[in-house]
Design a protein around this ligand. Structure first.
Ligand SMILES: Nc1ncnc2c1ncn2[C@@H]1O[C@H](COP(=O)(O)OP(=O)(O)OP(=O)(O)O)[C@@H](O)[C@H]1O
Ligand SMILES: [Mg+2]
Length: 251
């Protein structure tokens, strides 16, 4: 079958939660298309439904109505084409870096090939020297890099990152942003990154999706047509920042 140009298509997506019989509309009529190979950032106020949207894409939560197409096919269960990274690393504390990554590679893959894949992805995230360490011997940033390696080792066509650097200090965060860009350029995996940080969104992505709240909608999509690596003090960068800020402040 021919590959679909859009790795992801979301059509008229609605999500409601019920708490003690009372309905809460979280997402209302979300439409979004993500091209293969794209890096998309999603920003929006706390509670506007960003994490919910990622959970619907991975089928961790059922949709209320609408459609989500992954590589042209409606999603109806967890797909190997899609992998998700959470705010905290969620590694197995008793397994080494190697074992944590090995764990997600299917048993149909030979032992030799598995070892090769683990080596490749550990190197990709710059942790070859720590392959035999267990998570509590690593810093927060290193643990998050292991979780990125682990997610990539499933060879997803779409990688969802839900505030992956939220728990990291500003310096580590910037290093991680550069890492993710390098991995994205090298591995060409389509990525959707949810972030609170507008600079991070502009620094990394081809487009920034701005979501509005109550109920969650796509308010605006801002293209970022700047060459990589980007300069956060560049006037074009700041212009885009201003445009996004305006949406947030509602002016
Ligand atoms: N399982 C659930 N049951 C009921 N309500 C839920 C559930 N999950 C999320 N919600 C509600 O849906 C809304 C959106 O939550 P969500 O976690 O998607 O927001 P978010 O945009 O990711 O926010 P943040 O930036 O703080 O992470 C919130 O009002 C939340 O209370
Ligand atoms: Mg969230």
């Amino acid at each position: 079958m021919a590959e679909s140009k859009n790795i992801l298509e979301i059509r008229d997506l609605h999500k409601e939660f019920y708490i003690k019989g009372q309905q809460f509309k979280v997402l209302s009529g979300v439409n979004l298309e993500v091209k293969r190979g794209e890096m998309l950032a999603i920003v929006g106020a706390s509670g506007c439904g960003k994490s919910t949207m990622l959970k619907l894409i991975t089928t961790l939560e059922p949709i209320s109505s609408g459609e989500i197409l992954l590589d042209g096919e409606p999603v109806n269960g967890p797909s190997p084409k899609c992998s998700m990274i959470f705010q905290e690393a969620r590694l197995f504390p008793w397994l080494t870096v190697r074992q944590n990554i090995e764990f997600v590679i299917p048993d149909t893959v030979s032992k030799e090939k598995k070892a090769e894949m683990v080596d490749y992805y550990t190197k990709l995230v710059g942790l070859s020297d720590f392959i035999n360490a267990v998570p509590n011997q690593l810093s927060g940033g290193m643990q998050q890099r292991v979780s990125i390696a682990r997610a990539l080792a499933t060879r997803p066509e779409l990688l969802l990152l839900d505030e992956p650097f939220g728990a990291l200090d500003a310096f580590t965060r910037m290093t991680m942003q550069q890492e993710v860009l390098r991995i994205w350029e090298q591995d060409k995996t389509t990525m959707i990154i949810v972030t609170h940080d507008i600079d991070e969104a502009i620094y990394l992505s081809n487009r920034v999706v701005i979501m509005g709240k109550n109920p969650g909608v796509v308010k605006k999509i801002v293209p970022v047509d700047l060459p990589f690596p980007r300069d956060r003090t560049d006037s074009e960068f700041l212009k885009i920042r201003g445009e996004i800020m305006k949406e947030f402040l509602g002016t």
